[in-house]
Design a protein. Sequence first.
Length: 376
Amino acid sequence: MTFKELKLIEPLIKALDKKGYETPSPIQQKAIPYILEGHDMFGCAQTGTGKTAAFALPILQLLEANKKPNSRREIKALILAPTRELASQISENFTAYGANLGFSHAVIFGGVSQFHQVNTLKKGIDILIATPGRLLDLMQQGFIKLGGVNYFVLDEADRMLDMGFIHDIKKVLTKLPAKKQTLFFSATATPTIMKLANGILHNPVSVAVNPVSSTAALIKQQVYYVKQDKKVGLLKHIIESQKIGHALIFTRTKRGADKVAKQLNGYGIKAEAIHGNKSQGSRERALKAFKDRTLRILVATDIASRGIDVDKLSHVINFEIPEVPETYVHRIGRTGRAGEDGIAISLCAHAELPDFKGIEKFLKKEIEVVKKHPFI
Ligand code: AMP
């Protein structure tokens, strides 16, 4: 299957060539034809499956097909995302895929001054990518009108609900035109999610890939059993002995993330932490440095890491075991993306054993135990 066979137009094919994508990912193969036909969609897919392109490409194509000459610029596509990081990454994807088309887009999120966002909006945009809070805020101030929206995407709906955005989403929905195409993406299909989806989708087509209980086959998973106070030493040993050049490390808490980053720097391993207490600027700088590979190690909490999208990320390390098995799946889904191999390493202390066993039960598989290491 090629992108041409998906009937994508030349300007998009060219942009995909430039990105180096050769074949559409499963969610792209399944979703793009239906979206191009104008269907509403319930997409069950997590980050790392290529779901952003699965909705961004057909939306760009539909916008191009329905372009009216000399019409006023108004927001025609709205994409709602739960976090600033995810919203920024969706925006970067629109920049890349839409490079050969003339649409303008903007991304808005809270935690930063609204000044530049408002200026961009005033110039007139076709596509808006937003987190719910800032969107409502700017709508209430009269800077955003959604009456011309033809395409509406709710991305990572499950995470939006987890983060308590349900009321914000409902408010936004009341401002959207009744006639529009809605695409709803979620990594899980719990009863609450299905209730929300059923309330806003009309005769949707359902597509699903990689349900959250299955981890990508290409990810090699390992666990090291180690005392909590020996974890940093072991982490240093793993990074150095395996010559890990680029890794995303997860901690449970913000303080934990800061502490691990500090200790690694103390060992001469360049690391930075990102979490909700850091300013937007410092989070973006760290993320950019990590993407550019000038930063070797990024230490993140789960919320801050949501949607982190780094090409060819080879290693994910769970410095602490998450309590919820789905979180483990989300974390390790950051590696082994789009057909690449990846390695997920977990450091498990005695007290975390029940959580780790819970993850194995959820995955229905035993994770390889690395028995020989100097910190046993
Ligand atoms: P997403 O699930 O949208 O976060 O995408 C995961 C990663 O896969 C991103 O780094 C995309 O740039 C990349 N990607 C998306 N589609 C493809 C494709 N067809 N071929 C190769 N990489 C892709």
